[in-house]
Design a protein. Structure first.
Ligand code: ADP
Ligand code: MG
Length: 415
């Protein structure tokens, strides 16, 4: 047993009723009642297929959207249709999570049947715990309605939702308190990849950190520098801007306003300390780009105009980053180098992604927008590993134990 967590190999699943938590959360088109992407659904197919072929009775638990992402807060009904198509086998949907209808249905399942329950976040205990101050311990989560109603009907709990492994919620951490539990194939694969990246990356190991998730980025930076995992960290996006500002370099008033408006002002101090401690490891942009009158303009650090907002790294920086990526053995990327959604400010991101496609290094990309960039620049087949779990990956790289990992370790002790 690796990581103290059981896998599908540790169980005889034939004829067993398995609660399988998957992450198939996707952007939805509410008007049409369809999904805008099915990438995550595809990713959990191997686990589903394997358990189905081994004759298990599968009860799928999943969430869709949340109260803070309300436009995507929706039933999982469309997902059942996509699952059925991908599996070439009927996945039945029931518009109930743990009420009498769901319970009756689960009791009537036969070997090889697959049932998808409705959005687990329709049950208030799952939703109330979402990023809120109310926090239930894992023991308390075992007392929630969802776990009390469903656990007695099941023999096993398997979690394949690596993308949600940083969430401390009943459907993810409660069942492991009362049922023998393990991880599915996707969870296993993603957890192994990132664990190996943390433990023994091939050298030189380069991190490319951009985007706009500042608190995660700086926490991650600190962890991987302290632990000596990253040899170099190439910075861009808002992350790079904050580092430059912390050194007193002008990045344009528009960018400063954006940092303050986003409540990231405090990170200027964090960035300053970090850069003072690791000046040889943290690489800063040497030029920046901005848009003026609809046209891309560039300026070297030191001569950036006061009144602009810089929204991309410049072409000199892009070239420099390209070279470093090409001569690395491991490259981990989270966050674009600029506002790549706009053609004027996509140069930096495109250059980095081109280098990811060309380098011989083992490449890992994580994060929602980073995956969008990977698709946009057609690098999907060229990246060694695309992690479906952006949030979980980042939380893991910040050095925190993931709640679901902790729960699964507990569940490994239950016979
Ligand atoms: P990921 O989803 O890959 O983890 P983030 O969510 O952290 O990445 O960041 C992506 C967002 O950051 C994109 O929408 C992009 O437009 C924005 N962004 C990148 N560079 C800048 C910048 N210099 N200023 C403002 N926003 C930026
Ligand atoms: Mg994002």
């Amino acid at each position: 047993m690796r990581f103290g967590i059981k896998t599908i190999d540790d169980f005889d699943v034939k004829g067993k009723t398995i609660l399988l938590r998957i992450d198939i959360n996707q952007p939805v088109d509410r008007e049409k009642g369809t999904l805008k992407s099915i990438a995550r659904i595809k990713a959990c197919i191997p686990t589903l297929k394997e358990l189905n072929e081994k004759g298990a009775k599968l009860v799928l638990l999943a969430h869709q959207g949340s109260d803070i992402e309300y436009k995507n807060f929706y039933t999982t009904q469309p997902h059942a249709k996509v699952l059925s198509e991908l599996l070439e086998k009927e996945v039945e949907f029931i518009p109930d999570v743990c009420g009498p209808a769901a319970i009756e249905k689960i009791k009537s399942l036969k070997d090889g049947d697959i049932l998808l329950l409705d959005n687990v976040r329709f049950v208030s205990e799952e939703q109330t715990l979402f990023e809120m101050k109310l926090q239930l311990s894992h023991e308390e989560q075992a007392q929630t309605l969802l776990v009390r109603k469903l656990a007695p009907l099941a023999d096993l709990y398997i979690c394949d939702a690596f993308a949600a492994a940083h969430r401390d919620q009943p459907s993810l951490c409660g069942f492991e308190q009362v049922l023998p539990s393990g991880m599915g194939r996707l969870f296993e694969k993603e957890y192994c990849v990132i664990s190996e990246l943390m433990e023994s990356p091939a050298r030189p190991c380069t991190f490319v950190l951009g985007g706009a998730k500042i608190s995660d980025a700086f926490m991650m930076m600190e962890t991987v520098l302290k632990a000596g995992i990253a040899d170099k960290i190439l910075t861009g996006g808002l992350v790079g801007n904050i580092l430059l500002a912390s050194k007193g370099d002008n990045i344009g008033q528009g960018s400063i306003d954006f940092i303050m408006k986003s409540n990231y002002g405090e990170y200027i101090e964090v960035a300053k300390k970090l850069y003072e401690e690791y000046p040889d490891n943290i690489v800063l942009p040497v030029d920046l780009a901005y848009v003026e009158g609809g046209v891309r303009k560039e300026a070297e650090i030191g001569s950036v105009p006061e009144d602009i907002g810089s929204t991309d790294i410049g072409s000199k920086t892009a070239e420099m980053y390209k070279e470093i990526i090409l001569s690395s053995a491991t490259v981990f990327v989270n966050g674009p180098m600029g506002v790549f959604e706009q053609s004027e400010t996509e140069l930096g991101t495109k250059a980095v992604w081109d280098a990811l496609g060309d380098t011989k290094a083992y490449t890992v990309v994580g994060g929602g927008d980073s995956i969008t960039a990977t698709t946009k620049y057609e690098k999907t087949a060229l990246i060694s590993y695309i992690c479906t779990g952006g949030g979980a990956l980042i939380r893991f790289l910040t050095g925190e134990e993931l709640p679901v990992v902790k729960a699964l370790r507990h569940g490994a002790e239950i016979e």
